[in-house]
Ligand binder design. Structure first.
Ligand code: NDP
Length: 273
């Protein structure tokens, strides 16, 4: 059966569409603006795309926008959501509304389409780990949810958007008997197939191109994009998949990343502190 991928222009979604096409799926993919040829050309060039990829327009903030996209689909991968940390002047309209209202728009469309059997939602470890209880040494698992009040206190607006979106999705799925599984990846890295620079890749690039004079004093979880995409497809194909799946390959401090980068790319000016 046909599957739908939302936000197909994105970093993870492009890899997901590529992998679904390789596996023989017929894919309908949503993008914001089909007229922006430079944002969709790489999708049309994927192997199998000319036979089995259909691109349609949908916008997270406009109600009913996804209704046509879900029509005739048996599976939905909802990846579209704004992901940025910079230039946030109005968190509600820039991040929270598209994440939360957008997710509900997508899920409502899945219910009205009638044929959707399973939804795989791309959530994040952002929706899991931001909690006062998360002290060094704590064992974090899939039962954890980030605390919205704490996110507001520390002004972690992207984190808040993902937390509220996942919570709203679970409430909606339960009320409407929608079979949903979430994939909650840590920071995702891999080769870029899309022409734009996404936020997790930018976190590495700024250590190479001279933008950052120092590295952040933080240890984050990291995971490869191919693993994240496989997790999405497994969650869809495996009838036993349920609930949330954290996707983290390892936790690495930025000092180790900087060390590694300076060894791999001695010609670049990687920060040493
Ligand atoms: P990208 O920024 O590359 O992709 C985001 C996608 O969402 C783009 O296709 C973008 O469209 C779309 N989008 C944003 N706002 C809207 C809107 N208002 N209406 C319609 N579409 C919209 O991000 P990633 O691939 O990195 O992230 C994809 C998903 O994975 C997100 O849900 C993110 O929260 C999640 N995630 C990412 C991680 C990472 O490290 N990369 C880690 C954990 C979770 P357009 O191209 O037109 O802007």
């Amino acid at each position: 059966g046909k599957v739908c991928v939302t936000g197909a222009t994105g970093f993870i979604a492009t890899w997901l569409v590529k992998s679904l096409l390789e596996r023989g799926y017929v894919v309908r993919a949503t993008v914001r603006d089909l007229a922006k040829l430079e944002k969709v050309a790489h999708l049309r060039q994927l192997p199998g795309a000319s036979e089995r990829l259909e691109l349609v327009e949908a916008e997270l903030l406009s109600q009913g926008s996804f209704d046509a996209a879900m029509n005739g689909c048996v599976g939905v991968f909802h990846t579209a959501s704004p992901f940025f940390f910079k230039n946030i002047t109005d968190p509600q309209t820039q991040l929270i509304d598209p994440a939360v209202k957008g997710t509900l728009n997508v899920l409502k469309a899945c219910v009205s389409a009638n044929g959707v059997k399973k939804v795989v939602l791309t959530s994040s470890t952002a929706a899991v780990i931001y909690n006062r209880a998360n002290k060094s040494g704590a064992l974090v698992d899939e039962t954890w949810f980030s605390d919205p009040e704490y996110c507001k206190e520390v002004q972690a607006w992207y984190v808040l958007s993902k937390t509220l979106a996942e919570k709203a999705a679970w409430d909606f799925a339960k009320e409407n008997n929608l079979h949903m599984v979430t994939i909650n990846p840590a920071m995702v890295l891999g080769r870029l197939l899309q022409p734009t620079l996404n936020t997790s890749s930018e976190a590495i690039l700024t250590l190479l191109n001279g933008t950052s004079k120092t590295y952040p004093n933080a240890a984050l979880g990291w995971v490869g994009v191919k693993d994240v995409v496989n997790a999405h497809i497994l969650a869809y194909e495996d009838v036993g998949a349920f609930g949330r799946y954290l996707c983290v390959e390892r936790v690495v401090h930025y000092s180790d990343i900087a060390n590694l980068l300076s060894k791999m790319y001695p010609e670049y000016d990687v920060p040493t502190k």
